[in-house]
Ligand binder design. Structure first.
Ligand code: 8YV
Length: 332
């Protein structure tokens, strides 16, 4: 790029202004789209054809077809930590660096996992709904009882940054024992939280609360299925704040209906948005949120800033703060 003036950045949704301002301050020609509704695949493609840099969201499908049509893109910066919507290996082959926004949303997302755990353990959402339906009724000492979390075992599936924050909260608030299953050992968490690596089956069998914080990949897709729920304790709570594709929804509904597990809290569903007549919305021991994990002022501002900084660093220094395929940067 000879002059910043010619860098055309496409931002695919109305993100917090801080990132847009940073890009404009560099003199880039920034187009923000998707104000009223998400861009369709074709709208995204047509707009991206005119851009040099793309600042996209988890809901934008940056697949092989898109990438081959948009080989000219110099950099892609995702406004999210998850990147299952982007075919990174193809971007790598095409020499396009891809950035994302880890760290800055870990607290916000862990708060949602922690909140869902409590909400499920005490049936918050279901009992709230009984009031709005005029069904508060009278005090019945044996009805609508929850379960306590103190000294229970937290099982973390995917002990990365967000999983570690969830474990810190559970240990601090409820002295929970932490076990985890991840591709890689997390030595730091083992030291700090006395977390113990266990096999997937042991995680299923031993967890009182099983919280999913993994990426969605071929390996993890639908891994929480009938067989997995069947191995969990009947008193267990399942929490998923990562990606809806990691659990099989029909199998989860079945596990809750048959009381194979005790409850479930979801911030992510498959598909999103969830249909308004989904049985999970009416179950006593389920709590569902509309994918708000990173939805705080602090986290979204920081995501906007980091997504912009990834693009700026790429043009200024040929590096990025967070790059998913740094081998591409070395090639440039
Ligand atoms: C985003 C997320 O809200 O970061 C992620 O992976 O799931 C959320 O923080 C969403 O993907 C928007 O891009």
């Amino acid at each position: 790029m000879s002059s910043n003036q010619s860098v055309k950045v496409l931002v695919t949704r109305d993100i917090p202004q801080i990132g847009v301002d940073l890009l404009r301050k560099e003199g880039y020609d920034v187009t923000v789209m998707g104000y009223d509704k998400p861009l369709t695949a074709d709208e995204l493609l047509q707009a991206a054809k005119k851009a040099d840099a793309l600042l996209c969201l988890g809901s934008n499908k940056i697949d092989e077809v898109f990438l081959h049509e948009c080989k000219h893109l110099q950099v892609i910066s995702q406004f999210a930590v998850g990147y299952d919507n982007i075919n990174v290996p193809v971007a790598t082959k095409l020499g396009i660096p891809v950035g994302n926004t880890p760290e800055v949303l870990s607290d916000a997302t862990a708060d949602i996992a922690f909140g869902l755990m409590i909400a499920v353990s005490r049936k918050f959402f279901y009992l709230h709904n009984t009031i709005s339906k005029g069904e508060w009724g009278f005090f019945q000492p044996k009805k609508n009882l929850g379960i306590e979390l103190k000294n229970k075992t937290l099982g973390v599936f995917g002990l990365g940054r967000i999983g570690t924050e969830m474990a810190r909260r559970c240990k601090g608030a409820y002295h929970m024992t932490v076990i985890y299953h991840s591709r890689n050992r997390n030595v730091q968490a083992e030291k700090e939280l006395n977390a113990k690596w266990v096999s997937f089956d042991e995680l299923l069998q031993q967890s009182d609360v099983l919280s999913v914080h993994s990426v969605l990949s071929e390996e993890t897709k639908g891994i929480f299925n009938k067989a997995a729920f069947g191995k969990m304790k009947p008193s267990a709570i399942f929490i998923n704040t990562s990606r809806g594709g990691v659990h099989n929804e029909a199998d989860l509904i079945d596990a809750l209906t048959t009381k194979t597990i005790w409850g479930a809290g979801l911030d992510v569903t498959n598909p999103e948005p969830m249909q308004k007549d989904n049985p999970l919305l009416f179950m006593e021991n389920a709590a569902v949120l509309p994918h708000i994990g990173s939805g705080t002022v602090e986290a979204r501002n920081a995501m906007s800033q980091l997504a912009a900084e990834n693009i700026i660093a790429f043009y200024k220094t040929g590096t990025m703060k967070n790059c998913l395929n740094p081998e591409v940067l070395l090639r440039k």
